[in-house]
Design a protein around this ligand. Sequence first.
Ligand code: GUN
Length: 280
Amino acid sequence: MRAQIIDGKAAAAEMNASSLERAQRLRARGIEPHLAVILVGEDPASQTYVRSKEKACQGAMIRSTVIRLPGDTAQETLLEKIRELNADPGVHGILVQLPLPAHLNSDEVIEAIDPSKDVDGFHPMNMGKLALGLPAPVPCTPAGIMVLLRRYGIDPAGRHVVIVGRSRIVGRPMDLLLINAHATVTVCNRLTPDLPGMTSSADILIVATGHRDTVNASMVREGAVVIDVGINRFEGKLYGDVSADVADKAGWLTPVPGGVGPMTVAMLLSNTLDLAEQRG
Ligand code: GUN
C-alpha cells in the first residue's frame, strides 16, 4: 500500500485564510491582535521557527513583536520582561520559544506567563484545564494534529492511538486531547519494553521523539494512520522521526516537510486570535 498523504500545507493555508478574516474583524472593532514572542539565545532551529511565526503573523494581519534576548540573559531579566508583557493591555498572546538555554528555569518562566495570554497552553493552569476537558488554549502542535485528523475524517474515538514521546510540547497534551476525544491511548518512552510490539498495535501512531528513524515500516501495522511530528535537519535536508519505508505500509501519512509543521504555525495564529477575541 502506498500511504495517502495528509496535506498539512493545504489545511494550514485554509486555516490561515480564516485567521486573516478573524483579524480583519477584530481590527474593524479597533482591536489589533498582537502576539509577543521571546527568543533567548542563538539556537538556529529556534531562530528559523520564530522567523516563520513572524511571517505567518504578517500574512494574517496579526501584529507580532519578537523580543530577542542574549543567550546569557538572567532568569530575573526574563521574568521581568514577561511581567511587562502581562501588564500590557495591547498584548494578547505571549510565547517563550523553547528550549531555553540550560541555565534558565523554564518551569518558572512558563508559570510567570498570565494564563489568559498563554498562547502555547503550557501554563500548569491551562494544562490542568486540558486534563479536565475544560476550555483552555491548547498547545499548537497537538491541536494542529487534531484538526488534520478531523479534516481527513479520521475519528480517534474507539481507536488505539500510540504516541511515541512524552514531551510537554507534544506527547503529553496530545495524550489529553485524545483521551478527551474518546481514544484509547498508550504513551511510550525510551524505556518502553518492546516498542515495535506497541507501535504495531496502533490504529493511529503519533511519533514525536525528535530522532530520525524512530519508527520504520516493520513497526507499523498495514494501513495505519501515521503522524510524523519530527523535524530533524541532517546534511542540509529535513527528515521526520519516521523512516521513508513507512510510506509503503501506512494507510495515511503526514509528510515532512508539509505535514504537521505548517499546522503548528496555523494553530498559533488561531490561538492568538482566540485570546484577542476573549479579551476584546
Ligand atoms: N519549541 C518547539 N515547539 C514549540 C512550541 O510549540 N512552542 C514553543 N514556545 N516553543 C517550541
